[in-house]
Design a protein around this ligand. Structure first.
Ligand code: RIB
Ligand code: CA
Length: 317
């Protein structure tokens, strides 16, 4: 089976961690590398977390490159309230062993795209700082970016940042504008779909029964889900894993093509993603936007992914 070559750009982050677990389990994906973004926590912390997840999974073979330490023009804005001081509070991850790549994230991505024998899919699940920098610094590589499947934004529902915006876009709206106007095909998994693509509070035991990786997912959901349970939400949204799940099985999602632009001037809407949902504005569609998901089948995919790592400790395998 031909595997889709992908580069993951993330800010682990509990749901980023689950996205990495899903991606590294799939026979359909070839993870060329992981780059880190400053978002949920500082770049040092998100990078250490990405290393710790790969170490936990026994995947020292996955190259990891550190990204920019701040958004393009806006100040650093982290989400310790959601992901904790470390950016991945809750479960205990092993100390990283494999060294980081010497190149920065953007140079690393450019080299991987340049040397690939087919277009590469970018899977950003944090602020789009690195992706925008790649586009600005290596415009000749744009034709070799097959698509950008991102977690970010929201068209009609909710925010996780300031005002009407979603966190990843809000943190670096100028980067998001560069990405959404780049001409690269975009798949946008925004809060409209990710807020409802959840692990049920009563489903965590199923993940624990799936072995050590399932237990890690349950522990991640325990910590990340605290706030959602407090407000009576329907479950723990696994925002970032929606990108990887879409690549593995697009039938899990209902999508709608539309033009999406980033508001860069609104006093209360700066960083929001404005979708021409009905095409009334006549702007050319630039994104395929997630509208809804088959939550049960998503959970089944995630459970099977966890089970595929085996039951025991990685040393026992
Ligand atoms: O709004 C959800 C997004 O913000 C997710 O990517 C989560 O990891 C945080 O970065
Ligand atoms: Ca994230």
């Amino acid at each position: 089976m031909k595997r889709i070559p992908i580069l993951m750009d993330c800010d682990p982050g509990h749901d980023d961690a689950i996205a990495i677990i899903l991606a590294l389990s799939s026979e359909k994906l070839n993870v060329l590398g992981i780059t880190t973004a400053c978002g949920n926590q500082t770049i040092e912390k998100t990078t250490k977390n990405a290393q710790g997840i790969c170490e936990f999974l026994g995947r020292r073979d996955i190259p990891i490159a550190k990204g920019r330490n701040a958004p393009l023009l806006t100040p650093v804005y982290t989400a310790g309230i959601a992901h904790g001081e470390s950016g991945l509070d809750g479960p205990k991850l092993p100390e990283p062993v494999a060294p980081l790549q010497e190149e920065s994230a953007v140079v690393f991505m450019a080299k991987k795209i340049e040397s690939a024998d087919e277009p590469v899919t970018l899977v950003p699940t944090g602020p789009l700082t690195n992706i925008a920098t790649l586009i600005l610094c290596y415009p000749h590589l744009i034709p070799k970016i097959g698509q950008i499947v991102l977690m970010g934004g929201s068209i009609v529902s909710g925010c996780s940042g300031r005002g009407a915006s979603e966190f990843n876009i809000m943190v670096d709206p100028y980067a998001a504008d560069i990405v959404f106007t780049s001409g690269v095909p975009i798949v946008m998994m925004g809060l409209d779909v990710t807020n409802y693509t959840t692990i049920g509070f009563d489903e965590k035991e199923k993940f624990r029964a799936a072995g050590r990786v399932g237990t890690l997912v349950a522990d991640l959901a325990d910590f990340f889900g605290r706030g959602f349970e407090m407000v009576g939400w329907c479950g723990v949204p696994v925002h970032d894993a929606c990108t990887v799940a879409y690549l593995i099985d697009p039938s899990l999602f209902t999508m709608k093509e539309m033009n999406v632009r980033i508001d860069l001037t609104g006093e209360f809407t700066m960083g929001s993603t404005v979708g021409d949902y009905c095409g009334a504005e006549g702007r050319e569609a630039n994104a395929l936007v997630g509208i809804s998901s088959d939550r049960e089948r998503f959970v089944e995919l995630l459970l099977n992914a966890c089970a595929s790592y085996g039951k025991g400790d990685k040393e026992d395998e």
